[in-house]
Design a protein around this ligand. Structure first.
Ligand code: C5P
Length: 211
């Protein structure tokens, strides 16, 4: 039976880096589910920069292909915002469920990271992690990453964007960002990347070796 690992957490918590490393460590498949919403957000922006009816976003979500996820430009701040806006549309979320559930069942195992993996997509996951960090720490990390390509960005803008997105993600009625009751919390505020990975691998290893 395949082994599914659900990793959730707020923006820039380090969950993506940890998820990738955990998947590599165990030889599992990895899906960054944020890319699905980012790809829909990008398509919506390209069509209707000033707003859009939910049906348009839903239609675009249904037509998503793996090639759309490979787009290198999906991390831009305007796309982050559009992603969290389309992610609040129930029809968009519904259109993306079966792809994620099928991905999660792959052998020998799969790691999915996002906002609702442990609560909605994979409630029966073998291991659930909720990775978080203080907002100022997360904004600093994202600022350092984004500054490499956009020197006009300020720390304050990045912090405000992250807080806006977190508020929207936690407040939406369908599949909000939330820690599953049975998820293990890892706060990476005072951990570097390596220590965050070691902590996550240790939690998974305990369950994996006892299966
Ligand atoms: O994880 P990332 O920051 O790339 O996600 C972008 C946006 O996609 C999030 O702010 C959130 O609104 C949405 N998302 C979601 N559910 C997921 C993954 C991402 O709603 N499982």
């Amino acid at each position: 039976m395949s082994f599914t690992i659900a990793i959730d957490g707020p923006a820039a918590s380090g969950k993506g880096t940890v998820a990738k490393a955990v998947a590599q460590h165990f030889g599992f498949h990895h899906l960054d589910t944020g890319l699905l919403y980012r790809a829909v957000g990008k398509k919506v922006l390209a069509r209707k920069p000033g707003g859009f009816p939910p049906e348009v976003a839903e239609k675009l979500a249904k037509a998503l292909t793996p090639k759309d996820l490979a787009d290198g430009g999906l991390r831009a701040p305007d796309i982050s915002k559009a992603a969290s806006q389309v992610a609040a549309i129930p029809g968009v979320r519904a259109a993306l469920i079966s792809f994620q559930k099928t991905f999660a069942k792959q052998e020998p195992g799969a790691v999915l990271d996002g906002r609702d993996i442990g609560t909605v997509i994979c409630p029966g996951a073998a291991v659930k992690l909720f990775i978080t960090a203080r907002p100022d720490v997360r904004a600093k990390r994202r600022f350092q990453e984004l500054r490499k390509t956009d020197t006009t960005l300020t720390f304050e803008t990045v912090l405000a964007d992250i807080q806006d997105r977190d508020t929207r993600d936690r407040a939406r009625s369908t599949a909000p960002l939330a820690q599953a009751d049975d998820a293990v919390l890892i706060d990476t505020s005072d951990l570097d990347i390596q220590a965050s990975i070691v902590a996550a691998v240790a939690v998974v290893e305990r369950v994996y070796s006892a299966r």
